[in-house]
Write a protein that binds this ligand. Structure first.
Ligand code: RB5
Length: 145
């Protein structure tokens, strides 16, 4: 599975830690930045990772900012992106089972690396249940302009 990852400066440290853990497990990572702790704008990285998903360059995305809120707001501007901000593994499980989330969003200032890894493992290993949830996901895509 190929994963596109992006963060702003507030998520940089967690991105680096999580990236190493995932690479050690054999995941292929596309690291879209940022590449240091200098202040940057989270929508720029949400765009890069979202476009990797939409262009078929990655199977899943992971975005990290301070709270995860700016990244999720930005990525969810794209109709076919379903970015889920998850604070607990259960949220990641249900974001995959019920919402078919294609991007996991984490808050680098809110959770530990160990919690981030647990949430990420759950996200990457859980399948969409389809059925009644598929109809709702299609309805989501029909909203807006
Ligand atoms: C950056 O200071 C911070 O605003 C950003 O990482 C994020 O939390 C925004 O939602």
């Amino acid at each position: 599975m190929r994963i596109s990852m992006g963060s702003d400066h507030a998520g940089y440290e967690l991105k680096e830690k999580l990236k190493k853990m995932l690479e050690n497990e054999g995941y292929e990572i596309l690291d879209r930045g940022c590449y240091g702790e200098e202040s940057v704008d989270y929508p720029d990285y949400a765009k890069l990772v979202s476009e990797d998903i939409l262009n078929g360059l990655a199977d899943r995305g992971i975005l990290i900012c301070g709270t995860g809120i700016g990244m999720s707001m930005s990525a969810n501007k794209y109709k076919k992106i379903r970015a889920a901000l998850c604070l607990y593994p259960k949220m990641a499980e249900l974001a995959r089972k019920h919402n078919d989330a294609n991007i996991l969003v984490l808050g680098g200032r809110l959770i530990s690396p160990a919690m981030a890894k647990w949430i990420t493992d759950t996200f990457l290993k859980t399948r969409f249940e389809g059925g009644r949830h598929a109809k709702r996901v299609r309805k989501m895509e029909s909203l807006g302009g």
